[in-house]
Design a binder for this molecule. Structure first.
Ligand code: FES
Ligand code: FES
Length: 151
C-alpha cells in the first residue's frame, strides 16, 4: 500500500506492507537511519520520534497509521547540520558512549524541554524513563539535559 506523510517538514511517499512498522519505513524506505532499531518491542526508546508532536516508539506504530500525519525524527532536529541545544549538550557533557541510545534520548529530551523548559530532576528522569542506555549510567545524560535547559 502507498502512504504519504510529512517527515521533517517534507512530504514523503512510501510503498509499505500492511504490517510494516513506521521505524522500518523510516529507516529502510525513506533513508533515515537516525532512529535506531534495538528491541522492536517498545522497551528501549531508541526509535523515539514525534508523531503529530507526540513522542512515540516508531517500532510500535504501523507505517500505515502514519499515513497523512507528521513525523519528526532525530534528523529533523538538526535540519541544516547545526546541532540543537540538546545535541550540543550531549556532546559537551560526554553523554554519548556507543551512541546507540542517543538519537532516542535526544528526541525525548528535546520534547521534554519544548514542553517543560526548566524541568526538575524528577521530571527529567520521568521523561527519559522510557529510554534505555547500557553504557553511561545515565548521570551524564541527566547532566546534558540540565545543561540544555539552562543554555
Ligand atoms: S526499538 Fe522501539 S522501543 Fe526499542
Ligand atoms: S551510549 Fe551506549 S547505549 Fe547509551
Amino acid at each position: 500500500m502507498k502512504i504519504a506523510l510529512d517527515v521533517n517538514g517534507t512530504r514523503r511517499e512510501a510503498d509499505v506492507w500492511a504490517g510494516e512498522s513506521l521505524l522500518f519505513a523510516l529507516r529502510e524506505r525513506l533513508g533515515l537511519p537516525g532512529s535506531k532499531n534495538a528491541c522492536e518491542q517498545g522497551e528501549c526508546g531508541s526509535c523515539s520520534v514525534l508523531l503529530d508532536g507526540t513522542l512515540v516508539c516508531a517500532c510500535l506504530v504501523l507505517a500505515a497509521q502514519a499515513d497523512g500525519h507528521e513525523v519528526v525524527t532525530v534528523e529533523g532536529l538538526a535540519p541544516d547540520g547545526a546541532l540543537n541545544p540538546v545535541q550540543e549538550a550531549f556532546v559537551r557533557t560526554g553523554a554519548v558512549q556507543c551512541g546507540f541510545c542517543t538519537p532516542g534520548l535526544v528526541v525525548a529530551a528535546t520534547d521534554l524541554l519544548a514542553q517543560t523548559p526548566s524541568p526538575s530532576e524528577d521530571e527529567i528522569r520521568e521523561a527519559l524513563s522510557g529510554n534505555l542506555c547500557r553504557c553511561t549510567g545515565y548521570q551524564k545524560i541527566f547532566e546534558a539535559v540540565r545543561a540544555a535547559a539552562t543554555a
